[in-house]
Design a protein around this ligand. Structure first.
Ligand code: HEM
Length: 409
């Protein structure tokens, strides 16, 4: 096959609406033969670390904000999902982005994240007990359904101050929003997300009213009260949109870190045994899990002016997609990139992005994984994959397992 044909085949596979179970060989084709590729609709796709990093850091590449929606899909604004998304900091550019990020960061501090450690540990222990109760020596249990999905949603509930009995209510609604984003905000998925967004706004609106009247120590109470040096504060729309963002940004992403990380260990019993023996080095292991098979595989921007990237001209208004997972396997940045190796020298991957929109919840995601893996391997030292059935899902952006059956031994 010619290089050009291989590139076309890889682009078709990666952006197919059916998803792509193993994108890594296709990323390698693009990185080597078409580092700045173009889709038939003109969208530019970059796959080398240097180009992805530049795209994320250079403000000429703007996130898909209200201006972009107005230009490409004005009627989209009638959807509650889009209205909510456009209030999120992740979909705003300078100077609105700085303002929102500054206000939310005043409440969502490293100290608050570290303060969650005891609660995360208790939740992990509780879920591990639940796994043990469900499984038997010859009866597998699904790690995704009974551990990786419930943990992050419970942790966000804890962070925000959602009462324990209300927490399970959030999971299907947040999933409906994420799934619509995955399907480019089209069809039935968008209708379901609109309904879910309205319900989330109602419920989170009630919670904010309760906390306004009777503040606690939680993030919702702090966000209501937060003001910057000029006395500026979040509006109701900004508050509710960014509470939904915390839920949607922190839920399935972290679930997939847990699932993708465990999947690597299950394929390599030598690694599993080694991590069990060095729980104090779990930080380096989690970094390598994040690099090796990231939960979010792409980030998207549009060029605010005529510019260049990777030596190619990019016209104003062009959409640009950075393949973060391809960048994480770029041999120019990470030697022997296809080998999982927890001994790598610290060298940040692009899993949490870079620049102004660098993930606000990175420390929380790391904390959850760093607490979960040592306790999981301590409780179930002979955990095994339970045959086939570890279904892979990668539609456009999120990559993870729909199911990950394990035998706990
Ligand atoms: C392993 C888990 C996670 C991954 C892989 C991840 C990844 C990312 C990435 C790639 C971005 C940047 C998007 C862009 O530049 O377009 C981002 C932004 C963000 N993430 Fe995460 N994230 C994770 C967990 C979390 C958690 C637990 C939270 C909070 C509860 C969170 C909250 C946010 C927020 C608020 C932003 C927007 C920041 C901004 O626009 O300034 N994330 N995340």
């Amino acid at each position: 096959m010619s290089e050009q044909a291989a590139v076309r085949r890889s682009l078709r596979a990666l952006f197919s609406p059916r998803g792509c179970p193993d994108p890594y060989p296709h990323y390698a084709v693009l990185r080597e033969h078409a580092p700045v590729a173009r889709l038939p609709d003109g969208t530019v796709v970059v796959s080398r670390h240097a180009d992805c990093d530049r795209m994320l850091r250079d403000p000429v590449f703007r996130v898909e904000d209200d201006e972009w929606i107005g230009r490409t899909w004005p009627e989209g604004r009638e959807h509650h999902t889009v209205y909510s998304l456009m209030g999120e900091m992740v979909n705003q550019n300078s100077p609105h982005h700085e303002r929102l990020r500054r206000l939310v960061s005043r409440a969502f501090t490293p100290r608050r994240v570290e303060g969650l450690r005891p609660a995360v540990t208790a939740l992990v222990e509780q879920l591990l007990t639940g796994l043990a109760e469900r499984a038997a020596p010859d009866r597998p249990v699904d790690f995704m359904a009974h551990f990786a999905l419930p943990l992050p949603i419970a942790v966000i509930g804890e962070l925000l101050g959602v009462p324990e009995e209300d927490r399970p209510w959030f999971a299907p609604r947040v999933q409906a929003v994420t799934s619509a984003i995955e399907q480019n905000l089209t069809g039935d998925a968008l209708d379901r997300a609109d309904e879910a967004t309205s319900e989330l706004w109602d419920r989170l609106g009630q919670l904010t009213e309760l906390r306004r009247a009777d503040p606690r120590e939680d993030l919702v109470s702090t966000l209501i009260a937060v003001r910057d040096a000029d006395g500026d504060r979040l509006t109701r729309r900004e508050l509710l949109a960014n509470l939904v963002l915390l839920y949607s940004a922190g839920y399935e992403t972290t679930s997939n870190l847990l699932g993708n990380g465990l999947a690597v260990l299950l394929e390599r019993p030598d690694l599993l045994a080694r991590l069990r023996g060095e729980p104090d080095r779990v930080g380096a292991w989690v970094e390598e899990m994040l690099r090796f098979d990231p939960p979010i595989q792409i980030a998207s921007r549009w060029a605010g002016e005529d510019t260049e990237l990777g030596g190619e001209s990019i016209a104003r208004g062009t959409q640009v997609i950075a393949l973060l997972a391809a960048a994480n396997r770029d041999p120019r940045r990470h030697p022997d990139p296809d080998v999982f190796c927890p001994d790598r020298p610290p060298s940040r991957s692009l899993t949490f992005g870079a620049g102004a929109h660098y993930c606000l919840g990175a420390a929380l995601a790391r904390l959850e994984a760093q607490v979960a893996f040592p306790l999981l391997l301590k409780r179930f030292p002979s955990i095994l994959p339970a045959g086939a059935g570890a279904a892979r899902d990668r539609v456009t952006s999120l990559r993870g397992h729909t199911r990950l059956p394990v035998l706990l031994g």
